[in-house]
Design a protein around this ligand. Structure first.
Ligand code: SF4
Length: 427
């Protein structure tokens, strides 16, 4: 379950009830100072709260020291194999160190790094990756990879505790989504330290975002995970940051900027919705307020399910309607819908979030919607079907099919089918 302990990476709290933190990693050569700084700035602009930089050579440490002076967000030095680089990165003022205690040259070297981290107050992320488990766990890995990952992580935690060090968070990474979910669930039951979540080598922007959303979203919905990184095969690290935020916003764990609602479109669509949604999404990136903006492909259902949105448009062939808070603001020629929507959003921003309705224009807009609704009254649109089903469900009626025989609820025999220690627990 959610971690009890909290650590601080520079000014960012992680775990112990703090908001889930968005992380990412630079893709530049760290020694290329300007490129790395530029990328960090773009990531921070997109909402990255902590950045990790690869430090595989001495020249990277030298650059890191200077980058740290100008970085708007804390930097974690990512170290593998070479414990002296970890020591140098701590001395350079890294806000945290990420290392895998299993590949840094043995417990003595780990102890040396921990001693330096304690001296400087530097937190650590200790990570276990499915591809690099310690040798003694290889047999277990073949038998049960989840147990092997969790065993490695808890062994590293025990090693840290034996060194009287508790200023760390833990990550278990796997390319396998079910294994990531299962191992983090199991680990969260065993330790109180903050957990960093990620699906390693998730893939392209499309497939990697989906894999990460499923894996991380499942854990976050369970209350597991204190910081997340989306790993995508793109040089544009800010894209990872945007995906991370969308996951947190979708779960309503954090708020950041606008939320876009768009109908899926269907055969009733009356304008070029793809282009319009794309344009609105891009233009909304410039806004910080958590406003909800809805885009409806037609006005057949009225404002319908988008009534709760702060702003929206319902398009039609030649004219559409801009609405706010469930009420039409005004009718607008379709080609001007997007521009005029943003005129209204900006006006409201300037008035501290208030919306002013011109009663005559609003009435004209509502009448326009009413007419379209009336003309299409017989259409069973997806939204009307959903509304009817909801109404019937409230009345306790079975909406669609014929009467079905009552099905007995399934009672699971816990003795025959135990769930303790399973990857996926039943409720
Ligand atoms: S009926 Fe619904 S899904 Fe179809 S275009 Fe209109 S709003 Fe979109």
């Amino acid at each position: 379950m959610a971690s009890k302990k909290q650590i601080w990476v520079r000014n960012v709290p992680i775990g112990g009830g703090a908001p889930v933190v968005v992380q990412s990693m630079t893709k530049t050569e760290t020694a290329n100072k300007q490129a790395t700084i530029d990328q960090i700035n773009r990531m921070a602009e997109a909402g990255c709260e902590i950045v990790r930089c690869a430090v595989p050579r001495d020249e990277d440490v030298v650059a890191l020291k200077e980058i740290l002076q100008v970085s708007p967000i804390p930097i974690i030095a990512d170290i593998h194999f070479n414990h002296t680089l970890a020591l140098k990165a701590i001395d350079a003022g890294a806000d945290a160190i990420r290392l895998n205690p299993g590949n840094i040259g043995g417990p003595d070297k780990v102890a040396e790094v921990v001693a330096r981290a304690k001296e400087k107050g530097t937190p650590m992320r200790i990570g276990v990756n499915s591809g690099s488990l310690p040798k003694h766990l290889h047999a277990l890995e073949k038998e049960n990879s989840v147990e092997a990952l969790v065993t490695a992580a808890t062994e590293f935690v025990a090693l840290m505790e034996s060194l009287d060090f508790d200023n760390f968070k833990v990550s278990i990474k796997s390319t396998n989504v079910p294994n990531t979910i299962a191992s983090n669930r199991l680990l969260s039951e065993k330790i109180d330290y903050p957990l960093h979540l990620g699906i390693t080598e998730a893939g392209t922007k499309w497939s990697g975002s989906l894999k990460s959303s499923v894996g991380l979203g499942t854990l976050l919905a369970d209350g597991i995970g204190d910081t997340i990184r989306i790993s995508l095969s793109t040089f544009h690290a800010e894209e990872e940051v945007k995906v991370a935020w969308e996951i947190l916003k979708a779960l309503q764990l954090r708020e950041k900027g606008p939320v876009l609602i768009a109908c899926p479109t269907c055969g009733r669509l009356q304008f070029d919705m793809d282009t319009v949604v794309q344009e609105i999404e891009t233009r909304l990136e410039a806004y910080d307020e958590p406003i909800e903006v809805a885009v409806l492909g037609c006005a057949v259902n009225g404002i319908g399910e988008a009534a709760a949105a702060d702003f929206g448009i319902a398009g039609a062939k030649n004219e559409g309607v801009i609405f706010a808070q469930g009420k039409a603001l005004r009718k607008v020629p379709t080609p001007q819908l997007v521009d005029e929507l943003f005129v209204e959003i900006d006006k409201s921003r300037a008035m501290g979030g208030k919306v002013e309705f011109d009663e005559a224009q609003s009435a004209e807009g509502m009448e326009f919607i009413r007419k379209i609704e009336e003309e299409n009254a017989g259409d069973l649109t997806p939204e009307k079907l959903a509304a009817l089903e909801a109404e019937k469900a409230r009345e306790g009626e079975d909406f669609t099919g014929p009467e079905l025989p009552m099905v007995k609820p399934v009672v699971i025999d816990e003795a025959a089918s135990p769930q303790a220690g399973r990857r996926f627990a039943r409720n």
